[in-house]
Design a binder for this molecule. Structure first.
Ligand code: AMP
Length: 297
């Protein structure tokens, strides 16, 4: 079994109230792969520039980089963002698509044959081009405000081709122009997918299907240093777990939540790179304990 992921592989410049990094490894596909690789073999798809020096990090926990193309003369995707004092707001100061501007994905046979596909955040046209080549039985996707604003029709087409949409709550509201989260999620379900996950930052995440609603708080942390990649790390835990346990959405939410909580404790990929499976299991157990609801009999 394996999971194919397409999305940005990036260098990020990030400033939070707790420090800054001028150039650290990032990107949606990178964060996803580092998390999902705890559960299944991950195959990354995407271009990098001549300046890319972190192929070994992408290979962490056995991830396969056969479909990561190095483009001669090109520059790796670059993102520059800054967070507000409570880390709930962030401003994008610069995005340079670099090698993604001309990326025309051509997947290897092994990546096409993966059982699970994650279309991490990137232009929705590229997401569809990859979707069309894959035979996966479960396809999930993410996106962001930039594509809602600049490529909405294409994004809605992509949403119509997947089983699961994972977006943050503000993006769901923006996409559907509905102020209520549950009705926004229902409107996205009507576009085709059978599962919608609304990420709510430090407030957790909610899952909506035609006949189910499930919500989990974020893992309670006292120290959050850099939220960059938290959404993709959540998706890596969620989709990675589902790859081996189809339909087990609630446990998948717990793994996504636990993985994301580690990601935000340090800058970029730093914490998840050192993470162990045992540490993940401890947090999943603890999440179970703190969310148990004793009902009156
Ligand atoms: P997250 O914090 O989960 O939303 O993801 C942050 C990651 O998304 C960073 O590592 C960036 O490199 C990447 N990113 C930022 N803007 C874009 C974009 N327009 N397209 C694709 N990836 C992006």
């Amino acid at each position: 079994m394996s999971v194919t992921v397409v999305g940005s592989i990036a260098y990020d410049r990030v400033k939070t109230p707790f420090g800054e990094r001028q150039r650290m490894l990032g990107g949606a596909a990178t964060h996803f792969a580092l998390a999902a690789s705890f559960f299944d073999e991950v195959r990354l798809v995407g271009p990098v520039g001549e300046d890319f020096t972190d192929m070994d990090v992408l290979r962490t926990r056995g991830s396969v980089v056969d479909d990561v193309q190095r483009v001669a003369g090109g520059e790796t995707f670059f993102w520059h963002g800054e967070y507000g004092w409570d880390l709930n707001s962030r401003e994008t100061l610069e995005t340079r698509l670099g090698v993604f501007e001309t990326f025309d994905p051509e997947l290897s046979e092994a990546s096409r044959g993966a059982d699970t596909l994650f279309l991490a955040n990137i232009q929705p046209d590229v997401q569809r081009a990859v979707r069309a080549q894959c035979r996966a039985s479960f396809v999930a996707m993410d996106s962001m405000n930039l594509w809602i604003e600049t490529a909405r029709d294409s994004l809605v087409q992509t949403i119509g081709m997947v089983d699961c949409v994972i977006l943050n709550d503000a993006e769901l509201r923006q996409l559907t122009a509905k102020p209520n989260l549950v009705s926004a999620a229902r409107e996205v379900l009507a576009m085709g997918p059978s599962v919608v996950v609304a990420k709510q930052g430090e407030y957790g995440a909610a899952l909506v299907t035609a006949d189910e609603f499930f919500s989990l708080p974020a893992y309670p942390l006292e120290t959050v240093v850099d939220p960059t990649g938290a959404g993709d790390t959540f998706a890596g835990g969620f989709v990675g777990w589902l790859s081996g346990h189809p339909g087990d959405y609630r446990t998948a939410m717990a793994y996504g939540t636990a993985l994301a909580s580690f990601n935000v404790e340090e800058f970029g990929t730093e914490r998840v790179l050192r993470l162990t499976r045992e540490e993940i299991e401890d947090r999943v157990q603890h999440l179970g304990a703190i969310t148990r609801l004793p009902l009156p009999v």
